[in-house]
Design a protein around this ligand. Structure first.
Ligand code: CP3
Length: 343
């Protein structure tokens, strides 16, 4: 058997048909996911149950034959492993105990103390490495430090990341200490995922778009560069996908500046523009708007073809611009795959 398609694209190969997977491909739009989640009890119990977490990771692979599986877990398990409280309010999203003072910062655990708490996640990865089909690549992931910090500082998701920007402005020392702790913990966590079988790493910086100018350099670009450098030093050749969501113009040069093998493009970025300005440096991933998974039809087919064509002259991994939503129709995923694979 030849090398997995996703790994070939990440090495810079232009393939006749792009490999494809979807952010949040294991999720509530699938009835089999909802059944397994009910069996686990709740979302966090599912994340920490290796057999069931591996099962939901495999569900979309069985149903659709994606070219990659992404570990089922959440970016907020790292703050929890550092000692923050974490729970999910039904219908609202995550809640955490907040870190905004030097005293709260001091109570966090050191970066290398996270492994005991995260051991079930590593076990999920080991199960997946054994059970995945031979042609499917295995992706591990973490949140990028800025995005994780926005949740740790605010204690919840925020529309404009206001509390994190405020701490950055008012107590830079505490903000930097938190960013540093998350960065070190992320290196530890991802390194352990690779030891457990991850073949690709993805860094999710969902809120990178709210960082501008020097703040983008210091808190989106530099932490990604540091994490990628450390991972590649410990695990030579490990490919990394960086997702500085809504970075806009700052997508240009991001891969070169951070050492990422691929940048993931959100759906606010025009594919032709990105082919000219971002794909020139290597592999890109993206960037169909997730809304098409709800609406389907000819628009979905046309837009899928347009993206495939725009990126056809360089390395490309087809994906959505953000996660698939719970109200998506599983039949539209099938239509997207057919369109990509049958032209
Ligand atoms: O992509 C995958 O399938 C892998 C698993 C994965 C999840 N979350 C599972 C999940 C990944 C990679 C994430 C990343 C994540 N988590 C991000 C970054 C990517 C992004 O979407 O911007 C963020 C910001 C989080 C934090 C988080 N987790 C939020 C804000 C929420 C609530 C919003 C929601 O969709 O309900 C979650 C919950 C979550 N994480 C779910 C899943 C499948 C839904 C939980 C459920 O089953 O109720």
């Amino acid at each position: 058997m030849g090398e997995k398609l996703l790994l070939r694209a990440l090495k810079g190969e232009t393939l006749p048909v792009p490999p494809v997977w979807m952010m949040r491909q294991a999720g509530r739009y699938l009835p089999e996911y909802r059944a397994t989640r009910a069996e686990a009890g709740d979302f966090l119990s599912l994340c920490y149950n290796p057999e069931l977490a591996a099962e939901v990771t495999l569900q979309p692979i069985r149903r659709y034959g994606f070219d990659a599986a992404i570990l089922f877990a959440d970016i907020l398990l790292v703050p929890q492993a550092l000692g923050a409280e974490l729970w999910f309010e039904t219908g609202e999203g995550p809640r955490l105990s907040t870190i905004t003072t030097p005293a709260e910062m001091d109570r966090l655990k050191p970066a290398d103390a996270i492994h005991e708490h995260l051991a079930p996640v590593y076990e999920t990865m080991r199960i997946l490495a054994r059970e995945l089909p031979a042609e499917t690549a295995l992706i591990g992931f973490a949140g990028a430090p800025w995005t994780v910090a926005t949740y740790m500082i605010a204690g919840r998701g925020t529309p404009d990341q206001g509390p994190a920007h405020r701490l950055m402005a008012e107590d830079r020392a505490t903000f930097d200490a938190l960013m540093g702790r998350i960065t070190d913990a992320t290196i530890e966590y991802l390194s352990a995922q690779i030891d457990a079988g991850a073949e690709v790493i993805k860094l999710f910086d969902s809120w990178a778009g709210s960082l501008k100018g020097e703040a983008f350099d210091a808190y989106a670009l530099e932490p990604a560069r540091k994490i990628i450098e450390a991972l590649k030093a410990r695990h030579p050749g490990i490919p990394v996908i960086a997702f500085p969501r809504e970075a806009g113009e700052r997508y240009i040069g991001f891969a070169k500046a951070t050492g990422a093998d691929c940048v993931a493009l959100d759906n606010s970025v025009d594919a032709e523009w990105a082919a000219r300005n971002v794909q020139v440096d290597g592999c890109v991933q993206g960037n169909l708007a997730p809304g098409h998974m709800i609406t389907g039809g000819q628009d979905l087919v046309d837009e899928t073809r347009r993206i495939v064509r725009a990126f056809a002259n360089g390395p490309h991994i087809f994906n959505l611009g953000h996660g698939i939503t719970p109200d998506a129709d599983p039949a539209n995923v099938e239509l997207m795959l057919q369109t990509i694979r049958e032209g």
